[in-house]
Write a protein that binds this ligand. Sequence first.
Ligand SMILES: [Zn+2]
Ligand SMILES: [Zn+2]
Length: 277
Amino acid sequence: MWYLQSIMIDYHLHGNFSGHGSGELFEYVEAALAKGFVEIGFSDHLPKVVDPDPYHAMLEDALPRYVETVLSLRERYRGRVAIKLGIEADYFAGHEDATRALLAKYPFDYVLGALHYLGDWHFTSKQGLARYADEDPAAAFPLYFEQLVRMIDSGLFDVLAHPDALRRGAFRPVASLEAEYRSVARLLAGRGMAIEVNTGGVRRGCGGPYPDREFLAACVAEGVPVTLGSDAHSPRDVGRDYDAAYRLLGDLGVAEVAVYERRGRSTRPLALRLDKA
Ligand SMILES: [Zn+2]
Ligand SMILES: [Zn+2]
């Protein structure tokens, strides 16, 4: 008798180091253990190199304590769940050197690269939600993909986080983005970056995980590796809506996930056939 054992990783966990997250980091670990995760990674927000503010991202003086906390949890839970030291970094065009210098100070296992801003529109924030009604998707999506290209090209990041988080409710591309998807996929492959399947999209009303299925399919076709994350900002959201992610990955024939150590990548099977005892 054989059964399938899922290799569950959650590489996108936040916590109370940033003002908009809640829960001590150990509570996320306990939640992950309860759900059977074998490997998790914290990826709270890197201090912003532009307009720092403690609500959206921890301030720079909190970063050493974040790193120490994750590393001590890694020791405390060794043998029960693997804990990686990750970080989610904003991309601010023109501030690449400051971002690189900050990232180089700590022994991160991986760096998620994320866009949360389009010009002065912080579209992932609570205040940013109100602006969706006034924005034009015909202009916003091409601009978003332009920024994405610059971000990937910067070489600062290992994984593209919540790849098309601009989608929300009815705010969707009005024209095909097939060409954009393909060029981003090629760029990711060229840069050796992975793409994240982020189940936060389900909670945020996107009708499924990020990215859009067509976008992910373009990445898979280019051989771009995939990581998985829930974008949990509270312990109860660890590993949430993973059924949707597994369905999407299964449909696209993805059988492996990427994992990281000291910014080096390896792959693990998404599911293992184990002998039933
Ligand atoms: Zn956040
Ligand atoms: Zn994010």
